[in-house]
Design a protein around this ligand. Structure first.
Ligand code: GLY
Length: 434
């Protein structure tokens, strides 16, 4: 019998997309990739690939038509903010990603906060949007509350500044708010919430959700959660799909909140089909929404895809076809991911070359290739993150030990956070929450 291969188009060329690419090929999909960098691992897994501008939606559409693609997965947030998904759908190609309008749940924090408010969805936090400097300055000055100052649109995870963290004083908060208004015409001022952060990613077909194991990611560039915010330096998940530092009740609330968001978007005629990723804070009065994204987290997507036991291509068809299963199977293992980045990453990156031994990968260790080019063995770094190393074990510290024990397979000048997932690191976190 001739096996008919499903042709899957993947847009994006980072470490997260490398994990997606491997999930597609592992489930028997024939991979076609469009990306801006020659990611050697994605290329190795692809039947065919094209390098180009990921924002050039007409070229990607033509590529999909030329290759008779059956289903597409559009991964990076800037690409979801183009008409690509709508134009693929208009040509009859199934897509397991949100269209530009539904992606506003991430690309417009104003849309997201207003949706929560209008539908009375729990987990919202006090917020105001200002276009006028005087009004913003007066609001921030008149109370003792601390605030997070955020641009409305996409910032690659680097535009948010929080009082007591990146902002040292009320005057500094006002001056950053002024900078954002001058640049973007408006600014979002949210009341600061404190607590333990966690990421909940779910698949959604516009009506149902299928929650994935929760993950915690670490954005600060340096060990001990110090230094500037980055796209993320690493992440952890535990064998039971929960985390010792996050209460099960907060996770259940978070699942309920994302289901309500999916329901509200459908009721408003803007259904969300794809991966929705909520970044939550476990506050004393319950789970609060810090952000909602319209894609897998980077790095968080790599933790969960590494553990997924079900057929990923089937998940994609479930999303696109509106018949998604509401739960999927994951290995009962912990994961620790540590990113290898160029020296100076987050401040003034100095990309060089890395020598990698891909043969060091095994059932307990993966190397996902990120914003790099070159070959599997000789990797050319860019100024962004380079390699995501994941250990898979029965516990978080053991998964961290695996990553550390495999560092001999990577040579070159790089930085990484060794502390993520270690016993000492978890102990400090547990002390903080108890
Ligand atoms: N983990 C941060 C992000 O994906 O936006």
């Amino acid at each position: 019998m001739v096996k008919i291969m499903i042709k899957v188009l993947l847009v994006g060329g980072g470490g997260r997309e490398d994990a997606i690419a491997r999930s597609i090929t592992r489930s028997g999909g024939e991979l076609y990739s469009f990306m801006k960098n020659e990611n050697p691992s994605i290329i190795r897994n692809s039947r065919d690939y094209r390098i180009g501008d990921e924002l050039d939606h007409s070229t990607i559409l033509n590529y999909a038509l030329e290759k008779n693609i059956d289903i597409a997965f559009v991964s990076p947030d800037p690409v979801l903010d183009t008409p690509l998904v709508d134009s693929l759908t208009a040509k009859g190609i199934a897509v397991a990603s949100p269209n530009q309008s539904a992606a506003r749940i991430e690309t417009s924090k104003e849309y997201m906060r207003n949706l929560l408010l209008e539908h009375n969805i729990p987990g919202n936090i006090d917020y105001r949007i200002f276009k006028d400097y005087e009004e913003m300055a007066c609001y921030v000055r008149k109370s003792d509350d601390e605030y997070a100052i955020k641009p409305i649109g996409l910032t690659g995870g680097k535009g948010v500044r929080v009082m007591g963290e990146q902002i040292g004083s009320r005057d500094e908060a006002i001056s950053y708010g002024d900078e954002v208004i001058k640049r973007n015409g408006e600014v979002l001022v949210e009341k600061k919430v404190t607590g333990e952060e966690f990421s909940l990613q779910v698949y959604s077909d516009g009506a149902h959700i299928s929650p994935m194991p929760i993950v915690q990611d670490y954005k600060r560039a340096f060990e001990g959660d110090k230094g500037p915010n980055t796209g993320g330096m690493g992440s952890i998940s535990d064998h039971d799909g929960l985390l010792p530092i996050v209460k099960k009740a907060a996770v259940e609330q978070a699942k309920g909140i994302l289901q309500k968001v999916v329901d509200a978007m459908r009721e408003d005629g803007n259904p969300f089909r794809g991966v929705m990723y909520g970044q939550f804070m476990q506050a004393p009065d319950g789970a609060k929404i810090i952000e909602i994204n319209s894609r897998f987290g980077d790095p968080e997507g790599m933790n969960v895809l590494t553990l997924l036991e079900d057929d990923f291509t089937e998940v994609l068809f479930g999303i696109a076809g509106g018949n998604l299963k509401t739960s999927h199977n994951y290995m009962k293992k912990a994961t620790v991911l540590k990113y290898i980045v160029p020296d100076g990453y987050g401040i003034s990156p100095m990309p060089g070359e890395l020598e990698v031994d891909p043969e060091s990968e095994n059932d307990a260790f993966r190397i996902y290739y990120s914003a790099v080019s070159g070959s599997m063995q000789k990797v050319k770094m860019s100024s962004s993150r380079s390699l995501a190393l994941i250990g898979i074990a029965d516990s978080i510290p053991e998964a961290s030990d695996i990553v550390e024990s495999k560092l001999g397979s990577i040579h070159g000048k790089y930085s990484m956070r060794h502390d993520i997932g270690t016993r000492e690191f978890l102990k400090k976190k547990m002390e903080k929450v108890s």
